[in-house]
Design a protein around this ligand. Structure first.
Ligand code: GLC
Length: 579
């Protein structure tokens, strides 16, 4: 439908737009629609808001955007609870707006990913409502996981699985006569019932969803929890988590819930649908998988030939800010992806994780996810997740490191993801009043984990006071800190030392210099506290994690995340050098 023929304008803005391998080196900007730009001034972002900022993204120099779910949804998990996969939420706009977004983005040389949420729907989805209204054992119920409870009166859940957001993964239904009925499975919020992918009607339904959007001109899908969907049909109990009192979601090998063998066939089926478009204007469509899997070999299976094109590599995001950890991630990731012919990707943040400025501004920089309200840090070894505790953030330090991390990320072989606001150096908002917290994690954890709202605060675009150009004057759905007056895109655009200017310069260089696409990475030894490498023969990247300033290879400094001091690279800084 959308015609993206090679206009001169596209060629000027993005020379790689029509390259069939465009996605291998793409820098993809994540838009969280609720919090990006509010064109109709009702406190919530919308599609017209995104359209209004497409020139900003084109100027920034990214290759693509990924729009988090924009579908009709009760927003009980920020839109990852989809009530209709083939429409746009009236809160965000209309299908005509989506079409306009695709056409405008393509004209500006930007590819567009949207989000596929295949593990679960919203409980508002008409098929789930029909399943609730139907009898146990009916075809309607077979689209989801409905089971009788255990115990004498069926009042115990069918197994011990725990929801990712806390609490049990099963909720009980009520029969039409008011008596308690069967239970249904939801690996996430109670409002997100899991689809039964063993029922052939479910894969068929999602094939149609893919084609619906590909036909409209969507370039690819980010697959939400791409390691879920398939489950051991016996639904066996799993090890209890001492942390939640329910089954642990540790994703170990052999888990009946995560990365279960059935995901392979599903992924191959999707790839075949994407290939149907190989001869279209926009070429074969592309997938990126969201799957937190360990060790990396399990993740790599997802990007073997005929499965998905790419996957988020969360290892950098989950690693501490140290030479040893960052080097280890690079040495592990590149050969692992290379061995199967897939590009590595680099991710510093997203709508689920503590913003990079704040993460790197804490004493422990490898911490992630939920911010606890308890006094002490606490850890659930079974879930591999250290819960962040309320230690004050050194924002200045965090920003310095985040800038260094950005230049490292953008210099590595493969693709990179930029979460909205990263280019402005936004910190996590750690003091959202409890009565405004919206993430289901807050209630489901018994108000112990604040959840992910702190990285979802609406963008500051311009002006001196909230809403900072997000809307005209409506109160944004989450409050913006007054201090963001100094971080608006408008303010940073005119400051050559700003984080926005750093990202623009980095992305322009990345596009201009072929080494960033094709240069082999070879290591340079500048000491244990320094991560240094060349891309090809003529470009060097140096990151200093140590306290001693580092002397640099001879050449012209193209870009630096912090000023050099007497020609030396100071602590927590990255520089790019033309040799
Ligand atoms: C993914 C999304 C997250 C969502 C969850 C359930 O991890 O990124 O935001 O809550 O899946 O859909």
């Amino acid at each position: 439908m959308t015609n993206a023929s090679a206009t001169p304008q596209i060629a000027a803005q993005n020379p790689h737009f029509h390259d069939p391998d465009w996605w291998r080196n793409a820098v993809v900007y994540q838009v969280y629609p609720r919090s990006f730009a509010d064109a109709d001034n009702n406190g919530t972002g919308d599609v017209q808001g995104i359209i209004s900022k497409l020139p900003y993204l084109a100027d920034l120099g990214v290759d693509a955007l990924w729009v988090s779910p924009w579908y009709p949804s009760p927003l009980l998990d920020g839109g990852y609870d989809v009530a209709d996969y083939r429409d746009i939420s009236p809160r965000f706009g209309t299908l005509a707006d989506a079409d306009e977004l695709l056409t405008t983005a393509h004209r500006l040389g930007l590819r567009v990913f949207i989000d596929l949420v295949p593990n679960h729907s919203s409980w508002d989805h008409p098929l789930f409502q029909a399943a609730l209204a139907a009898a146990p054992g009916s075809p309607e119920r077979e689209l989801y996981y409905f089971r009788d409870g255990r115990g004498e009166n069926g009042d115990l859940p069918p197994n011990n699985w725990g929801s990712m957001f806390g609490g049990p993964a099963w909720s009980r239904t009520t029969n039409p006569d008011g008596t308690p009925g069967q239970w249904y499975l939801h690996m996430f919020d109670v409002s997100q019932p899991d689809w039964n992918w063993d029922n052939p009607a479910v894969p068929a339904l999602f094939d149609d969803v893919l084609r619906f959007w590909f036909d409209r001109g969507v370039d690819g899908f980010r697959i939400d929890v791409a390691d879920a969907m398939a489950k051991d049909p016996a639904l066996p109990d799993v090890t209890l988590s001492p942390f939640t009192g329910h089954g642990a979601n540790d994703k170990h090998e052999g888990s009946p819930q995560w990365d279960y063998p059935g995901v392979e066939a599903i992924q191959r089926r999707w790839r075949a649908v994407a290939r149907e478009y190989a001869d279209s204007d926009l070429g074969e469509r592309v997938f990126v998988a969201e799957a937190y899997l360990d060790p990396i070999q399990r993740l790599i299976e997802y990007v073997t030939p005929d499965r998905l094109h790419s996957t988020f590599n969360f290892d950098a995001l989950l690693s501490e800010w140290s030479a040893e950890s960052q080097r280890a991630v690079i040495t592990k990731s590149l050969p692992a992806h290379g061995a199967v012919g897939a590009p590595t990707t680099w991710v510093l943040g997203n709508h689920d994780t503590i913003r990079v400025v704040t993460r790197f501004g804490k004493p422990e920089t490898g911490t992630n996810f939920a911010q606890s309200v308890e006094g002490e840090g606490w850890e659930d070894p079974a879930e591999r997740t250290i819960r962040m505790h309320p230690i004050p953030t050194d924002v200045e330090l965090g920003l310095r490191r985040a800038r260094a991390a950005a230049l490292l990320e953008l210099s590595l072989p493969g693709g990179a993801y930029v979460y909205q606001g990263e280019e402005l150096g936004l910190p996590e908002v750690e003091d959202i009043p409890e009565d405004l917290l919206d993430d289901p994690t807050w209630e489901r954890s018994g108000r112990r984990l604040r959840g992910r709202d702190g990285c979802r605060v609406p963008m500051p675009w311009s002006g001196q006071a909230s809403p900072f150009g997000f809307g005209t004057d409506a109160q944004p759905w989450l409050p913006q800190p007054a201090a963001w007056a100094d971080l608006t895109a408008e303010k940073q655009a005119s400051d050559p030392g700003s984080t926005l200017s750093l990202y623009r310069a980095a992305l322009a260089l990345r596009r201009a210099r072929p080494e960033f696409r094709t240069g082999e990475l070879s290591w340079l030894d500048l000491g244990a506290d320094v991560v240094a490498f060349q891309r090809g023969d003529a470009l060097a990247v140096v990151v200093n994690f140590g306290s001693a300033p580092v002397s640099l290879p001879a050449g012209e400094v193209l870009l630096t995340s912090a000023p050099l001091v007497e020609g030396l690279l100071p602590l927590d800084a990255t520089t790019w050098i033309a040799l």
